[in-house]
Design a binder for this molecule. Structure first.
Ligand code: HGY
Ligand code: MN
Ligand code: MN
Length: 420
């Protein structure tokens, strides 16, 4: 039985309601590190909202929150959602908008009494930001890319990822149960703030993402020798921080020379970190991003060679250890076309653009066709309390998400037949 699809104009997203949801979530604080008490509080607020709109809520073995709404038929689901965990001192929209808008879409369907053909899933992925334990933990688990060695990984407090997952209601001993089979999910669509300035500068309200950048990380340890800063002659020093400083500038230079999209050292620890002691050891992490995996690999190789030259020159030892990279992924042309058609029907201007930021969608691409909808970030600012997107832009993004879900619900079988 194929229900008559209501037109987008009949199913209007309630912008004020969406705004209230975002504000409510923001009260749990600007920092909700994954698996922290603040994160647990934020998750509880979202679970209440999901239940209020009739979603049947469960927490999978990896700690992902999954809200399900049955469809007329037992078919693969239309999945949407994002994450609620933040970076340290983060903003009120990164991830949060995608979750709140997905809940608001279900509320709109509920109020209209419209039941889709496909079941709908709203997913809140655990630990997208990876401020501890590495990024995209929940979505990696869902696609079978989180293993026992990840679970044993401990954070600076000594708590393992397995214990952290348990603390949010997951069951790490049953991690394989969190793995979704191909065919479980028909399509995954994520609404997210752009976290850059492209849409705002172009004065375009909707971005349709063409691909999500890959991210390569290398942990670097630099061994010098701590010594008295007053009595050690300059030519006798093995200054680990001076070596690190040279390497940080090489990282920046690599991106400025267009070897890759962007390259950053955002985390650096100096030991013993005292004014009157020549730094003995430094640990830092290099992060390189690009849509082209070959470029990120070549950049890391280039930086490794520079590091060896620095080591030789300054008498320190430098060790690189690469982490598992996150692959760049193209968004499905099927889903992009659907989002585009939704924008046309809704009369919203749009443009296509790449995502420099990583997202759970790039893991979900291993399971199903994905699409991402962006809305403008004021001043292109994100990962900061100054992160802001207007209520109108949030509502427009949610409206495009809803229209795309309805359109996919109606046309998916044919679309899948015609898919790439
Ligand atoms: O780092 C990122 O790109 C994302 O915000 N986790
Ligand atoms: Mn983020
Ligand atoms: Mn995010």
């Amino acid at each position: 039985m194929t229900p008559v699809r209501p037109s987008a104009l009949q199913l209007r997203i309630d912008g004020a309601s969406l705004d209230r949801r975002i504000q409510l979530m923001s009260h749990t604080g600007p920092t909700r590190l994954a698996y922290s008490e603040e994160d647990v509080r934020g998750r509880a607020v979202a679970i209440d909202m999901m239940r209020e709109v009739g979603l049947r809520v469960s927490i999978d073995a990896a700690g992902n929150i999954v809200g399900r709404r049955p469809g007329h038929e037992q078919l693969p689901s239309l999945a949407c959602g994002s994450h609620l965990d933040t970076v340290r001192n983060g903003g009120n929209y990164d991830g949060i908008l995608g979750v709140m808008a997905a809940i608001e879409c279900v509320a709109t369907l509920q109020e209209a009494g419209h039941k889709t053909v496909h079941p709908i899933e709203v997913i809140v992925f655990a630990n997208e930001e990876g401020q501890r334990f590495g990024a995209l933990c929940g979505s990696r688990a869902m696609v079978g890319a989180l293993g026992a060695d990840d679970l044993a990984h401990a954070d600076e407090t000594g708590r393992t990822l397995a214990e952290a997952i348990q603390s949010v209601g997951g069951n790490p001993a049953q991690l394989p149960a969190a793995v979704r089979k191909t065919g479980d999910i028909a399509v995954f669509v994520e609404l997210h703030i752009e976290q850059g300035g492209t849409l705002e500068q172009a004065r375009v309200p909707i971005g349709i993402v063409k691909g999500i950048s890959g991210i390569s990380y290398t942990d670097v340890r630099i061994f010098g020798s701590a010594n008295h800063s007053g009595t050690t002659a300059m030519e006798l020093r093995k200054d680990a921080l001076a070596g690190a400083a040279e390497l940080v500038l090489c990282v920046q230079r690599a991106a400025l020379d267009k070897r890759c999209q962007v390259a950053t050292v955002g985390q650096l620890v100096v030991v013993p970190n005292s004014t009157n002691i020549i730094p003995g050891n430094v640990t830092l992490t290099i992060e390189v991003r690009d849509l082209d995996r070959k470029k990120t690999m070549a950049t890391m190789k280039h930086l490794h060679e520079r590091a060896q030259e620095i080591a030789l020159r300054s008498g320190v030892q430098i060790e690189f250890s690469a982490r598992t990279p996150i692959d760049s992924v193209p968004c499905s042309s099927l889903v992009r076309k659907t989002i585009e058609q939704s924008c046309v029907d809704l009369g919203f201007e749009f443009q296509t653009l790449p995502s420099g930021a990583g997202h759970d969608a790039q893991m979900m691409a291993k399971l199903a066709p994905i699409g991402m909808i962006f809305v403008p970030s004021m001043g292109g600012i994100s990962h900061s309390p100054r992160e802001f997107t207007s209520s109108e832009d949030c509502a427009r993004g949610a409206q495009v998400l809803l229209e795309s879900i309805l359109r996919l619900d109606e046309a998916l079988p044919e679309l899948m037949g015609a898919a790439e």
